[in-house]
Design a protein around this ligand. Structure first.
Ligand SMILES: Cc1ncc(COP(=O)(O)O)c(C=O)c1O
Length: 271
């Protein structure tokens, strides 16, 4: 039987090892930008929330505590302008990388389906397609894709690695295209709060999605915006039917966020 890992590309950071060795041999050493890992401390407030919930002997739930869902929906409404967000529109995940990698599988995609993502992109979109046996398709402009067979479309704004930010009008155009063709749109927005010259906008903003989350989901991570990469804290928000299905599957799969981490996220989003 063929190994599943045979479907995967070389692990990106392994591929970089020889280049790192060359750079490290330079007299002044290496400036290592290969992994975007936070180096600033976890804010005290978040650390206190984590340790305050250290006595958590029971199993947490995949959907999270009501307090966590309140914190997420409050943040979606206040920070993203997603005024219709309720509890059925949110689902915590164990860091966004696992979600990106396993989403196509959890959506039931496989051979004959297509997963599309930007030509220059975070490598895990491709990995997700390959893990479930779907075809990985790259795009320059998603609305120029042949929609036949495209079951999942990834956006990433602001983009890793290009930094490109999709303007509101562009998002409106892409959301309309995806809905017209029945393509499920997932927007990876884990750098949304780190805009530099531009003010990044979410697909969940009322003016982008028209106040309805049908066919669209945003992915958010606490790793970069709150220096929480070590906690594995993220969530998705949007279409209630899609999230309900994922909740069911993730419950059976035991993909729950640790209870102290849930408490830490409540503190982080409320700050
Ligand atoms: C575009 C993008 N999406 C998702 C992730 C995964 O982040 P995490 O798993 O820490 O939430 C990263 C991490 O660098 C990223 O750059």
């Amino acid at each position: 039987m063929a190994a599943v890992s045979d479907r995967l590309p070389a692990f990106p950071w392994d591929k970089l090892e020889p280049y790192k060795a060359t750079a490290a041999a330079h007299a002044d050493g290496i400036v290592d930008l290969s992994v975007g890992t936070p180096v600033d401390p976890v804010p005290e407030l978040i650390q206190r929330a984590l340790t305050g919930a250290a006595d958590s002997p029971g199993y947490p739930t995949v959907w999270g505590t009501p307090a966590l869902r309140d914190a997420i929906t409050g943040w979606l409404r206040g920070r993203l302008g997603a005024s219709a967000a309720g509890h059925r529109n949110v689902l915590p995940v164990v860091g966004s990388k696992e979600l990106v990698a396993w989403l196509p599988t959890q959506l039931g995609l496989g051979a004959g389906d297509k997963v599309a993502y930007p030509r220059l992109a975070y490598p895990t979109y491709e990995v997700g397609a390959r893990l479930c046996g779907a075809e990985a398709v790259v795009y320059d402009d998603p609305t120029e894709l042949d929609p036949a067979g495209v079951k999942l479309l990834w956006l990433n704004s602001p983009s890793n690695p290009t930094g490109k930010v999709l303007p509101k009008e562009e998002l409106i155009r892409i959301v309309a295209w995806a809905r017209e063709h029945g393509v499920l749109l997932f927007s990876d927005e884990c750098y949304l709060e780190l805009g530099w010259e531009a003010e990044p906008v979410s697909v969940l903003h009322d003016e982008v999605c028209g106040g309805s989350y049908e066919g669209i989901v945003a992915v958010h991570s606490l790793s970069k915006r709150s220096n929480l990469a070590g906690y594995r804290a993220a969530f998705i928000a949007g279409d209630a039917d899609v999230l309900g299905e994922l909740l069911e599957i993730r419950k059976h799969g035991g993909m729950m966020t640790a209870a102290p981490v849930q408490a830490a996220v409540v503190a982080a989003l409320g700050d």
